[in-house]
Design a protein around this ligand. Sequence first.
Ligand code: GLO
Ligand code: MG
Length: 345
Amino acid sequence: MPGTYRFSFGPWNIHEGADPFGPPIRPTVAFARKLEQYRGLGFEGVQFHDDDAVPDMEKLSPAQITAQAKEVKKVLDDAGLVAEFSAPRLWEDPRGVDGGFTSNDPAARRWAVERAKRCADIAHGLGTNFMVWWLAREGTYIREAKNAIEAHRWLLESLNEILLYDRQITIAIEPKPNEPMDHAYIPTIGHALALAAQSADPSRVGGLIESAHAILAGLDPSDEMAFALAAGKLWSVHLNDQNGLKFDQDKAFGAADLRRAYNQVRVLELAGYADTERFIGLDVKAMRTQKPEAATRHLANSRRFFLALVDKHRTLNHAAAGQAVAQRDYEQLEALILEHLMGLK
Ligand code: GLO
Ligand code: MG
Protein backbone atom coordinates (compact mmCIF):
# COMPACT_ATOMS: atom_id res chain seq x y z
CA MET A 1 0.00 0.00 0.00
CA PRO A 2 1.49 3.33 -0.98
CA GLY A 3 1.63 5.85 1.87
CA THR A 4 -0.35 9.01 2.27
CA TYR A 5 1.03 12.51 2.40
CA ARG A 6 0.72 15.10 5.18
CA PHE A 7 0.47 18.75 4.18
CA SER A 8 1.59 21.98 5.82
CA PHE A 9 1.79 25.69 5.12
CA GLY A 10 2.75 28.84 7.02
CA PRO A 11 0.40 31.61 8.15
CA TRP A 12 2.22 33.98 5.74
CA ASN A 13 0.63 32.01 2.87
CA ILE A 14 -2.70 33.65 3.70
CA HIS A 15 -1.81 37.29 3.19
CA GLU A 16 -2.98 40.76 2.34
CA GLY A 17 -1.57 40.90 -1.18
CA ALA A 18 0.94 43.74 -0.78
CA ASP A 19 3.79 43.73 -3.30
CA PRO A 20 6.75 46.11 -3.80
CA PHE A 21 4.54 48.33 -5.95
CA GLY A 22 1.26 48.34 -4.09
CA PRO A 23 -0.15 48.26 -0.58
CA PRO A 24 -2.24 45.52 1.01
CA ILE A 25 -5.44 44.91 -0.89
CA ARG A 26 -7.15 42.36 1.38
CA PRO A 27 -7.95 42.69 5.09
CA THR A 28 -5.61 41.02 7.56
CA VAL A 29 -6.82 37.60 8.65
CA ALA A 30 -6.18 37.06 12.38
CA PHE A 31 -3.79 34.23 13.22
CA ALA A 32 -6.51 32.34 15.13
CA ARG A 33 -8.82 32.57 12.11
CA LYS A 34 -6.06 31.24 9.86
CA LEU A 35 -5.61 28.24 12.13
CA GLU A 36 -9.33 27.54 11.93
CA GLN A 37 -9.02 27.18 8.17
CA TYR A 38 -6.19 24.62 8.03
CA ARG A 39 -8.22 21.44 8.43
CA GLY A 40 -10.93 22.49 6.00
CA LEU A 41 -8.26 23.14 3.38
CA GLY A 42 -6.80 19.65 3.92
CA PHE A 43 -3.74 20.65 6.00
CA GLU A 44 -2.59 19.44 9.41
CA GLY A 45 0.89 20.98 9.73
CA VAL A 46 1.59 24.59 10.64
CA GLN A 47 4.91 26.18 9.74
CA PHE A 48 5.92 29.00 12.03
CA HIS A 49 8.32 31.87 12.00
CA ASP A 50 9.43 32.32 15.60
CA ASP A 51 7.44 35.56 15.87
CA ASP A 52 4.35 34.05 14.24
CA ALA A 53 4.16 31.99 17.43
CA VAL A 54 5.47 34.62 19.88
CA PRO A 55 4.93 38.04 18.28
CA ASP A 56 6.59 40.08 21.07
CA MET A 57 9.53 37.76 21.53
CA GLU A 58 12.11 40.56 21.40
CA LYS A 59 10.55 42.10 24.52
CA LEU A 60 10.22 38.87 26.53
CA SER A 61 12.53 36.75 28.66
CA PRO A 62 13.44 33.22 27.49
CA ALA A 63 11.07 31.74 30.10
CA GLN A 64 8.19 33.98 28.95
CA ILE A 65 8.88 33.06 25.32
CA THR A 66 8.73 29.33 26.06
CA ALA A 67 5.54 29.80 28.10
CA GLN A 68 3.86 31.62 25.20
CA ALA A 69 4.92 28.99 22.70
CA LYS A 70 3.36 26.35 24.94
CA GLU A 71 0.09 28.30 24.92
CA VAL A 72 0.12 28.21 21.11
CA LYS A 73 0.70 24.46 21.27
CA LYS A 74 -2.56 24.10 23.23
CA VAL A 75 -4.43 25.99 20.51
CA LEU A 76 -2.90 23.66 17.92
CA ASP A 77 -3.89 20.59 19.93
CA ASP A 78 -7.48 21.82 20.19
CA ALA A 79 -7.60 22.41 16.44
CA GLY A 80 -6.11 18.99 15.61
CA LEU A 81 -2.97 20.60 14.19
CA VAL A 82 0.76 20.10 14.72
CA ALA A 83 3.67 22.49 14.35
CA GLU A 84 6.08 21.39 11.63
CA PHE A 85 8.89 23.85 12.40
CA SER A 86 9.91 27.22 13.72
CA ALA A 87 12.11 29.53 11.59
CA PRO A 88 14.09 32.51 12.92
CA ARG A 89 12.78 35.60 11.14
CA LEU A 90 15.99 37.60 11.06
CA TRP A 91 15.15 39.65 8.01
CA GLU A 92 12.55 42.08 9.39
CA ASP A 93 14.39 43.38 12.45
CA PRO A 94 16.55 46.50 11.84
CA ARG A 95 19.53 44.62 13.31
CA GLY A 96 19.28 42.12 10.44
CA VAL A 97 19.32 44.82 7.76
CA ASP A 98 22.54 43.47 6.20
CA GLY A 99 22.05 39.89 7.36
CA GLY A 100 22.28 38.43 10.85
CA PHE A 101 24.80 35.58 10.96
CA THR A 102 26.91 37.23 8.25
CA SER A 103 26.51 40.88 9.21
CA ASN A 104 29.73 42.87 9.41
CA ASP A 105 28.50 44.19 12.75
CA PRO A 106 29.49 41.85 15.60
CA ALA A 107 26.52 43.06 17.70
CA ALA A 108 24.13 42.07 14.91
CA ARG A 109 25.78 38.66 14.61
CA ARG A 110 25.40 38.09 18.36
CA TRP A 111 21.75 39.16 18.20
CA ALA A 112 21.12 36.70 15.33
CA VAL A 113 22.55 33.75 17.24
CA GLU A 114 20.63 34.64 20.40
CA ARG A 115 17.45 35.00 18.35
CA ALA A 116 18.04 31.57 16.78
CA LYS A 117 18.43 30.10 20.28
CA ARG A 118 15.04 31.57 21.25
CA CYS A 119 13.63 30.17 17.99
CA ALA A 120 14.84 26.71 19.05
CA ASP A 121 13.13 27.20 22.44
CA ILE A 122 9.94 28.16 20.59
CA ALA A 123 10.14 25.04 18.43
CA HIS A 124 10.20 22.87 21.56
CA GLY A 125 7.36 24.85 23.13
CA LEU A 126 5.33 24.18 19.98
CA GLY A 127 6.07 20.47 20.28
CA THR A 128 8.66 20.03 17.54
CA ASN A 129 12.45 19.76 17.46
CA PHE A 130 12.65 21.05 13.91
CA MET A 131 13.92 24.42 12.74
CA VAL A 132 14.21 25.84 9.22
CA TRP A 133 16.80 28.41 8.24
CA TRP A 134 15.90 30.46 5.20
CA LEU A 135 19.00 32.68 5.04
CA ALA A 136 17.16 35.69 3.66
CA ARG A 137 19.71 38.49 3.98
CA GLU A 138 22.82 36.36 4.42
CA GLY A 139 24.50 37.54 1.24
CA THR A 140 25.32 40.82 -0.43
CA TYR A 141 23.83 43.63 -2.46
CA ILE A 142 27.31 44.28 -3.83
CA ARG A 143 30.10 41.74 -3.64
CA GLU A 144 32.64 44.07 -2.07
CA ALA A 145 30.36 44.67 0.93
CA LYS A 146 31.49 41.53 2.75
CA ASN A 147 34.41 39.17 2.94
CA ALA A 148 32.54 36.09 1.70
CA ILE A 149 35.14 33.69 3.10
CA GLU A 150 34.72 35.15 6.54
CA ALA A 151 30.92 35.26 6.11
CA HIS A 152 30.72 31.54 5.34
CA ARG A 153 32.81 30.81 8.44
CA TRP A 154 30.50 32.96 10.56
CA LEU A 155 27.53 31.06 9.18
CA LEU A 156 29.11 27.76 10.20
CA GLU A 157 30.03 29.10 13.65
CA SER A 158 26.43 30.26 14.17
CA LEU A 159 25.11 26.88 13.12
CA ASN A 160 27.50 25.15 15.50
CA GLU A 161 26.57 27.41 18.38
CA ILE A 162 22.90 26.46 17.98
CA LEU A 163 23.67 22.75 17.66
CA LEU A 164 25.69 22.91 20.89
CA TYR A 165 23.14 25.08 22.68
CA ASP A 166 20.34 22.64 21.94
CA ARG A 167 21.23 18.96 21.63
CA GLN A 168 17.76 17.99 20.39
CA ILE A 169 17.25 20.53 17.66
CA THR A 170 17.44 19.56 14.00
CA ILE A 171 17.91 22.24 11.34
CA ALA A 172 16.96 22.22 7.67
CA ILE A 173 18.56 24.92 5.54
CA GLU A 174 16.26 26.31 2.83
CA PRO A 175 18.53 27.49 0.01
CA LYS A 176 17.63 30.39 -2.29
CA PRO A 177 20.00 32.09 -4.71
CA ASN A 178 18.73 35.68 -4.59
CA GLU A 179 15.98 37.99 -3.37
CA PRO A 180 16.04 40.00 -1.21
CA MET A 181 19.83 39.99 -1.78
CA ASP A 182 21.49 40.30 -5.15
CA HIS A 183 23.50 37.21 -4.27
CA ALA A 184 22.64 34.99 -1.33
CA TYR A 185 25.15 32.70 0.35
CA ILE A 186 24.10 29.01 0.28
CA PRO A 187 22.17 29.24 -3.01
CA THR A 188 21.61 25.51 -3.61
CA ILE A 189 21.11 22.28 -1.69
CA GLY A 190 24.70 21.32 -2.52
CA HIS A 191 25.93 24.34 -0.57
CA ALA A 192 23.52 23.60 2.28
CA LEU A 193 24.64 19.99 2.64
CA ALA A 194 28.30 20.95 2.39
CA LEU A 195 27.73 23.29 5.34
CA ALA A 196 25.85 20.50 7.16
CA ALA A 197 28.77 18.11 6.62
CA GLN A 198 31.22 20.60 8.16
CA SER A 199 29.03 21.27 11.18
CA ALA A 200 29.49 20.12 14.77
CA ASP A 201 26.76 17.49 14.26
CA PRO A 202 26.09 16.66 10.59
CA SER A 203 23.32 14.23 11.57
CA ARG A 204 21.18 17.17 12.76
CA VAL A 205 21.50 19.41 9.71
CA GLY A 206 19.61 18.80 6.47
CA GLY A 207 17.65 20.66 3.84
CA LEU A 208 14.28 21.99 2.77
CA ILE A 209 13.92 22.45 -0.97
CA GLU A 210 11.60 25.05 -2.43
CA SER A 211 10.69 24.50 -6.09
CA ALA A 212 10.85 28.21 -7.01
CA HIS A 213 14.23 28.70 -5.36
CA ALA A 214 15.76 25.83 -7.33
CA ILE A 215 14.30 27.22 -10.55
CA LEU A 216 15.71 30.68 -9.71
CA ALA A 217 19.12 29.00 -9.44
CA GLY A 218 18.60 27.60 -12.95
CA LEU A 219 18.26 24.08 -11.57
CA ASP A 220 15.62 21.41 -11.75
CA PRO A 221 13.81 21.06 -8.41
CA SER A 222 13.38 17.29 -8.74
CA ASP A 223 17.13 16.76 -9.15
CA GLU A 224 17.83 19.07 -6.22
CA MET A 225 15.41 16.94 -4.20
CA ALA A 226 17.05 13.75 -5.45
CA PHE A 227 20.46 15.00 -4.30
CA ALA A 228 19.11 15.56 -0.79
CA LEU A 229 17.07 12.34 -0.80
CA ALA A 230 20.11 10.27 -1.77
CA ALA A 231 21.82 11.59 1.35
CA GLY A 232 18.74 11.13 3.59
CA LYS A 233 18.60 14.90 3.96
CA LEU A 234 15.30 16.03 2.45
CA TRP A 235 13.53 17.01 5.62
CA SER A 236 10.80 19.17 4.10
CA VAL A 237 9.77 20.80 0.85
CA HIS A 238 8.20 24.07 -0.20
CA LEU A 239 6.36 23.13 -3.33
CA ASN A 240 5.23 25.94 -5.61
CA ASP A 241 5.99 27.10 -9.14
CA GLN A 242 7.97 29.79 -10.91
CA ASN A 243 7.70 31.15 -14.43
CA GLY A 244 11.32 31.67 -15.39
CA LEU A 245 14.01 33.92 -13.96
CA LYS A 246 12.21 36.81 -12.35
CA PHE A 247 11.11 37.71 -8.81
CA ASP A 248 10.19 34.80 -6.54
CA GLN A 249 6.62 34.13 -7.64
CA ASP A 250 5.44 31.35 -5.32
CA LYS A 251 2.80 30.31 -7.84
CA ALA A 252 0.44 27.42 -7.18
CA PHE A 253 2.18 24.05 -7.54
CA GLY A 254 2.21 22.99 -11.17
CA ALA A 255 0.88 26.33 -12.45
CA ALA A 256 3.88 27.18 -14.65
CA ASP A 257 5.18 23.76 -15.69
CA LEU A 258 3.08 20.69 -15.04
CA ARG A 259 5.71 18.23 -16.17
CA ARG A 260 8.32 19.76 -13.88
CA ALA A 261 5.77 19.43 -11.07
CA TYR A 262 5.15 15.81 -12.06
CA ASN A 263 8.86 15.10 -11.78
CA GLN A 264 8.99 16.53 -8.25
CA VAL A 265 6.10 14.25 -7.30
CA ARG A 266 7.82 11.34 -9.02
CA VAL A 267 11.06 11.75 -7.10
CA LEU A 268 9.16 11.97 -3.79
CA GLU A 269 7.27 8.82 -4.75
CA LEU A 270 10.49 7.03 -5.70
CA ALA A 271 11.90 7.92 -2.28
CA GLY A 272 8.83 6.71 -0.38
CA TYR A 273 8.48 10.19 1.16
CA ALA A 274 4.81 9.51 1.95
CA ASP A 275 5.88 6.72 4.32
CA THR A 276 7.90 9.14 6.43
CA GLU A 277 6.62 11.62 9.01
CA ARG A 278 7.83 14.49 6.81
CA PHE A 279 5.45 17.10 5.48
CA ILE A 280 4.65 18.35 2.01
CA GLY A 281 4.86 22.09 2.62
CA LEU A 282 3.26 24.45 0.15
CA ASP A 283 4.86 27.90 0.06
CA VAL A 284 2.39 29.54 -2.31
CA LYS A 285 1.03 33.05 -2.63
CA ALA A 286 -2.47 34.06 -3.70
CA MET A 287 -2.50 36.40 -6.66
CA ARG A 288 -2.97 40.03 -5.64
CA THR A 289 -6.19 40.13 -7.67
CA GLN A 290 -7.90 37.49 -5.49
CA LYS A 291 -10.89 38.71 -3.48
CA PRO A 292 -10.71 38.05 0.29
CA GLU A 293 -13.23 35.20 0.22
CA ALA A 294 -11.20 33.42 -2.48
CA ALA A 295 -7.73 34.06 -1.06
CA THR A 296 -7.07 30.49 0.12
CA ARG A 297 -7.80 28.80 -3.21
CA HIS A 298 -4.09 28.66 -4.08
CA LEU A 299 -3.51 26.40 -1.05
CA ALA A 300 -6.34 23.96 -1.66
CA ASN A 301 -5.58 23.94 -5.39
CA SER A 302 -1.86 23.26 -4.92
CA ARG A 303 -2.64 20.34 -2.62
CA ARG A 304 -5.18 18.97 -5.10
CA PHE A 305 -2.77 19.31 -8.05
CA PHE A 306 -0.09 17.53 -5.99
CA LEU A 307 -2.43 14.63 -5.22
CA ALA A 308 -3.60 14.45 -8.83
CA LEU A 309 0.04 14.13 -9.91
CA VAL A 310 0.62 11.43 -7.27
CA ASP A 311 -2.28 9.59 -8.87
CA LYS A 312 -0.73 10.14 -12.30
CA HIS A 313 2.52 8.64 -11.09
CA ARG A 314 0.83 5.66 -9.46
CA THR A 315 -1.33 4.92 -12.51
CA LEU A 316 1.41 5.25 -15.11
CA ASN A 317 2.01 2.10 -17.10
CA HIS A 318 5.27 1.39 -15.28
CA ALA A 319 5.87 -1.84 -17.18
CA ALA A 320 5.74 0.01 -20.50
CA ALA A 321 7.90 2.81 -19.09
CA GLY A 322 10.44 0.28 -17.82
CA GLN A 323 10.53 -1.41 -21.20
CA ALA A 324 11.14 1.90 -22.97
CA VAL A 325 14.01 2.63 -20.56
CA ALA A 326 15.48 -0.85 -21.08
CA GLN A 327 15.41 -0.31 -24.83
CA ARG A 328 16.75 3.21 -24.41
CA ASP A 329 13.75 4.38 -26.41
CA TYR A 330 13.33 7.73 -24.72
CA GLU A 331 11.08 9.06 -27.49
CA GLN A 332 8.66 6.29 -26.55
CA LEU A 333 9.10 7.03 -22.84
CA GLU A 334 8.44 10.73 -23.39
CA ALA A 335 5.31 10.02 -25.41
CA LEU A 336 4.10 7.65 -22.71
CA ILE A 337 4.55 10.29 -20.01
CA LEU A 338 2.99 13.14 -21.99
CA GLU A 339 0.02 11.05 -23.13
CA HIS A 340 -0.56 9.95 -19.57
CA LEU A 341 -0.34 13.51 -18.21
CA MET A 342 -2.71 14.73 -20.93
CA GLY A 343 -5.14 11.92 -20.22
CA LEU A 344 -4.82 10.56 -23.76
CA LYS A 345 -4.15 7.03 -22.50
C1 GLO B 1 11.09 33.08 0.85
C2 GLO B 1 11.02 31.83 1.58
C3 GLO B 1 10.24 31.97 2.87
C4 GLO B 1 10.57 30.84 3.82
C5 GLO B 1 9.92 31.01 5.16
C6 GLO B 1 10.27 29.88 6.12
O1 GLO B 1 11.47 33.17 -0.28
O2 GLO B 1 10.50 30.83 0.78
O3 GLO B 1 8.88 32.01 2.61
O4 GLO B 1 10.19 29.63 3.27
O5 GLO B 1 10.30 32.22 5.70
O6 GLO B 1 11.54 30.01 6.58
MG1 MG C 1 9.99 28.89 1.25
